[in-house]
Design a protein around this ligand. Structure first.
Ligand SMILES: C=CC1=C(C)c2cc3[nH]c(cc4nc(cc5[nH]c(cc1n2)c(C)c5CCC(=O)O)C(CCC(=O)O)=C4C)c(C)c3C=C
Ligand SMILES: [Fe+2]
Ligand SMILES: [Fe+2]
Length: 340
């Protein structure tokens, strides 16, 4: 397939992750928009990243988030066969600003930006949008704000969930519930009116409409559940929680994974299969938060925890991205604009 215009190019937007442990403090200040994190938070995150393989010096391979994001971009480029697919990261190299500058040098005039975070949120997608608009002055920007209900995205997740769920049920000899998750966000960021800025950094605009994020996250989960077999896989088979509440203060949205695991145990289950449906590849919040921390919590409760493999190099995910980029899937797209 080919893109409509010669000077149009796709820009995939991703979170970014440090390449070595010593970069953690600088990385965290990018994540928080310039606020320095307390030393104990920096140390705790270094400890978590070390457990998933990050070292004192850059390893032979990039960290998982960088590696898989680049793989996804290459696969998409191949599938589109319409020129280069660029990757810009918000919090680490290659930064969005640098990549957009390169696109400009390469003669790109129209950017089709897609976030590798399918559910639209102010704290993730909103910040990607701001970074692209700041960098792309005078260029046309077509910004895909959400693709949470893409049937092929749901298909890609279901393809990873089905085998591990079947295996888990067979191992314990009974139906094992699925716990779908997405990243939590601070409560104030999904509010409207003055409540949306209470405790926020100065300059945060008052929001006049609710953040679609919590609904979109659960909608993705529901669409995945609908694709599971046997056909009787239904509402009683799955739960939803928001994971990885952050280390900056104030309340974050729930239910938390910890509370939901307790509820699952109280229902009489002996195991649980987790699938994070807000993340498209491996990174610390899967490899540490789920595989190490939640697995330990589950085990302490007497639950065995399985996790669906991440999408990573899933060809079905790439098909979903092709549909989003080509417009065959009607994603939530901002009006095309030229940032001044
Ligand atoms: C929908 C919201 C968010 C998504 C998706 C998300 C993905 C994501 N986050 C990290 C790593 C970190 N995030 C951190 C803080 C943080 N994350 C979000 C929201 C989403 N993150 C918020 C609102 C915040 C708080 C930011 C602030 O200004 O304080 C941090 C810092 C430590 C912490 O607070 O936990 C890290 C590290 C990754 C790798 C990722 C997906 C790829
Ligand atoms: Fe985050
Ligand atoms: Fe996080």
């Amino acid at each position: 397939m080919s893109l409509e215009t010669g000077r149009s190019a796709v820009l995939l937007l991703a979170h970014g992750t440090p390449d070595m442990l010593g970069e953690m403090a600088e990385y965290l200040s990018k994540v928080t928009g310039g606020q320095a994190m307390p030393q104990e938070v920096v140390k705790e995150l270094q400890h978590r990243y070390a457990q998933i393989g990050l070292q004192e010096s850059p390893g032979l391979e990039p960290p998982p988030l960088t590696k898989w994001t680049m793989v996804q971009a290459h696969m998409l480029e191949h599938a589109l066969d319409a020129g280069k697919v660029y990757v810009g990261m918000r919090n680490w190299h290659p930064y969005i600003a640098d990549v957009v500058a390169q696109m400009r040098l390469d003669g790109v005039t129209h950017i089709k930006a897609v976030c590798l975070a399918p559910q639209n949120s102010r704290t993730s997608v909103g910040l990607y949008r701001r970074a692209v608009h700041a960098a792309a002055k005078g260029m046309e920007v077509e910004f895909v704000a959400g693709w949470a209900e893409s049937p092929l995205l749901a298909e890609a997740f279901a393809e990873k969930l089905q085998p591990v769920w079947t295996e888990a049920c067979a191992e314990v000899g009974q139906r094992v519930p699925v716990l779908f998750t997405a990243h939590s966000v601070p409560c104030r960021t999904i509010m409207t009116g003055e409540a949306s800025v209470a405790g926020a950094r100065p300059g945060t605009p008052v929001q006049d409409s609710p953040d679609p994020y919590p609904v979109e996250a659960k909608r993705t989960a529901q669409l995945v559940a609908e694709r599971m077999t046997p056909a009787g896989f239904g509402d009683k088979d799955w739960y939803f929680a928001f994971q990885s509440q952050g280390m900056s203060g104030g309340p974050w949205i729930g239910p938390t994974v910890e509370d939901t695991l307790k509820a699952i145990k109280a229902e009489g289950h002996v195991g649980v299969v987790m699938q994070p449906v807000g993340f498209l590849c491996d990174h610390v919040e899967i490899l540490y938060d789920i595989d190490i921390a939640f697995r330990q919590t589950a085990n302490e409760l007497g639950l065995k925890l399985w996790r669906a493999e991440s999408l990573n190099d899933s060809p079905v995910l790439v098909e979903a991205l092709v549909e989003v980029v080509s417009g065959r899937y009607k994603a939530t797209v901002d009006e095309v604009m030229v940032p001044a």
